[in-house]
Design a protein around this ligand. Structure first.
Ligand code: FES
Length: 247
């Protein structure tokens, strides 16, 4: 488990030359965001514990070997972080290239087109070509699970960032989702590989809200397209933050 930020202790660091003071325990990614420096990310989200799996948020820290993940690295006094340089840009493009090589290229007809973090990040890191084929991506042909009345789960679009698994556990405390297998065989599964409707899913929608692709998608969006705007509210009974879509 990660250490929670300690507001009683302040740490000052420099991110791209900008001095920032934040509570001890804050991640480098969140510290940078406070200075309006947005580090590319896929597996991190503002309301979940950092996981450090996608490696898109890789940075350089003076005195450190390698390229640590900004989302899982806590700040330290006097730390000097670089978030942008040609080497980091190349590393991020290579990471994104691997993700895109394992993802269908149907953006123009995808219901998430224009509202897809994978698409946004591919643009943000300047990906222009993918040198790899789709060999090994056997899940691309997997059939979408439409058993749930409100959303679908399409494993062919899944990047296995685990945000849905963590949202289910951390936001809702339900543990209906898990990751099965490794490498190309890794996949998100409901229960023991059941249909969503037969799992412990309580239909809170936390997984759908956090999904960065069109893997978990509201049926209403698939049928009617993206709403013009949405309102997020959190009631006193649960922490999900329901998203009401308006025409
Ligand atoms: Fe940091 Fe994915 S956002 S490793």
């Amino acid at each position: 488990a990660q250490r929670a930020p300690d507001p009683a202790v302040t740490v000052t660091l420099a991110v791209d030359g900008v001095a920032i003071s934040v509570p001890a325990g804050t991640s480098v990614m969140r510290a940078a965001a406070l200075a309006d420096i947005n580090i590319p990310r896929l597996c991190a989200s503002d309301n979940l514990q950092a996981f450090g799996s996608c490696r898109l948020c890789t940075v350089q820290i003076d005195g450190h070997k390698g390229y640590p993940a900004a989302c899982t690295t806590p700040v330290a006094e006097g730390m000097r972080v670089t978030t942008q340089n040609p080497k980091l840009a190349r590393l991020r493009r290579q990471v994104m290239e691997l993700y895109i090589s394992d993802h269908p290229l149907d953006c123009l007809t995808c219901p998430s087109n224009g509202d897809c973090e994978l698409q946004d990040m591919a643009g943000a890191v300047g990906l222009r070509e993918v040198r790899y084929g789709f060999a090994g991506a056997n899940h691309l042909d997997a059939k979408a699970d439409a058993s749930h009345p409100y959303f679908t789960f399409d494993p062919g679009k899944c990047i296995v960032c685990s945000r849905c698994v963590r949202a289910c556990a951390e936001v809702q405390g339900t543990f209906a989702l898990t990751i099965q297998g490794r490498g190309f065989d890794a996949k998100v599964a409901a229960g023991q590989g059941d249909a969503f409707i037969d799992s412990d899913c309580v239909s809170c929608g936390a997984c759908v809200q956090t999904c960065p692709t069109a893997t978990l998608m509201e049926k209403s969006v698939i049928e009617q397209g993206q709403p013009e705007h949405s309102v997020i509210t959190t009631c006193a009974y649960c922490g999900v933050g329901c998203s009401f879509k308006a025409e």
